[in-house]
Write a protein that binds this ligand. Structure first.
Ligand SMILES: [Zn+2]
Length: 317
């Protein structure tokens, strides 16, 4: 079973590992319990340790451990099918004609297989190419630095706020938003939690520090701020009718900025008028530079998109 080079820069085995009519392990049994347990851990870790710069996660991306389990069942030698036993598919070619973002290919390379993948959708193909190509680190760093400096030049100004201690320019690390929801009496802003940060000494920074009466006002309108659990208990779960056709971002109102001043270090501050002007300027920049109109993103009624329409989401934006 020596691999042979044929045309197009890929390799195939002289003879297929599995002959037509053969039964492979996966046809007769599958280690469901261990596959399920490991996929569970993998999904949990993926959420916890998500890197802050990452090519957009493909929606259909499945758990790699599940595919590793499947591939291990194709190992000809039963003694090498164990999940933790390395290798087993050396010299074999794995073809995935509908590869999506290439999870199968990523997993098949590790036990030694050659891989070929296709997909009709160009976006996952781009992602699979990017993640499967062996690009030298120095090359990646060069591209990243160029991208970052361009990003800083164009976007950094939207991430600056005034330090509440000295009034100097400070960096915005993130902004906490409240979601507009309709309660029995009025519209409210729902925050996941009123607790903003727990300090190492056990004390808590709370939204009440910035909004003592738990009320947010802007341009003559005001909303009570309600914690999510409290909102759920009191039947606050409907979306205000005027935002049904708006983009998801417009359902949120910025409340608190977490920032960092060179002199005064980390702080949490109430959104002030200058911050709101900054957010509006960023929104205008997006509108000016976007090569699409809202109409391009209207959700059509279909077997899957119907779910979104039923949840009162009318635009992909
Ligand atoms: Zn300061």
């Amino acid at each position: 079973m020596t691999p042979t080079q044929i045309g197009l820069d890929f390799l195939v085995a002289d003879e297929p590992v599995v002959q037509l009519g053969d039964t492979v392990a996966i046809d007769t049994s599958f280690p469901e319990e261990s596959a399920n347990a490991l996929a569970h851990i993998e999904s949990f870790n993926k959420h916890l340790f998500r890197p802050n710069t990452y090519l957009h996660k493909r929606w259909a991306r499945r758990s790699g451990t599940t595919f590793w389990h499947i591939l291990k069942q194709l190992v000809p030698d039963p003694a090498r099918r164990d999940y933790y036993f390395p290798g087993g598919l050396e010299g074999v070619t794995v073809l995935d004609p509908m590869m999506g973002v290439g999870t199968i290919l990523h997993e098949a390379i590790r036990p030694g297989a050659y891989v070929i993948g296709f997909d009709i959708d160009p976006i996952p193909v781009l992602q699979a190419k990017a993640s499967l190509s062996d690009v030298p680190l120095s090359e990646k760093e060069k591209v990243f630095r160029a991208f970052r400096s361009e990003l800083v030049k164009r976007m950094l100004k939207y991430y600056v706020t005034a330090c509440p201690e000295c009034g100097g320019a400070a960096e915005i690390q993130f902004t906490l938003y409240g979601q507009r929801k309709l309660g029995p009496d009025c519209e409210v802003l729902v925050a996941d939690s009123l607790a903003l940060r727990e300090e190492p000494d056990g004390t808590e920074k709370n939204i009440r520090t910035t909004y003592p009466s738990l009320e947010f006002s802007i341009d003559g309108r005001s909303w009570p701020i309600v914690e999510k659990d409290e909102a759920n208990k009191n039947g606050v779960n409907r979306k205000p009718s005027d935002i049904l056709s708006n983009t998801f971002a417009e359902r949120y109102v910025p409340l608190v900025i977490a920032g960092h001043c060179e002199t005064h270090k980390g702080f949490l501050k109430k959104i002030d008028p200058a911050d709101n002007m900054n957010i509006s300027a960023a929104a205008r920049w997006v509108k000016r530079n976007a090569h699409f109109t809202d109409a391009d993103f209207q959700i059509p009624d279909g077997p899957k998109s119907g779910d979104l329409l039923n949840r009162e989401t009318q635009t992909f934006l």
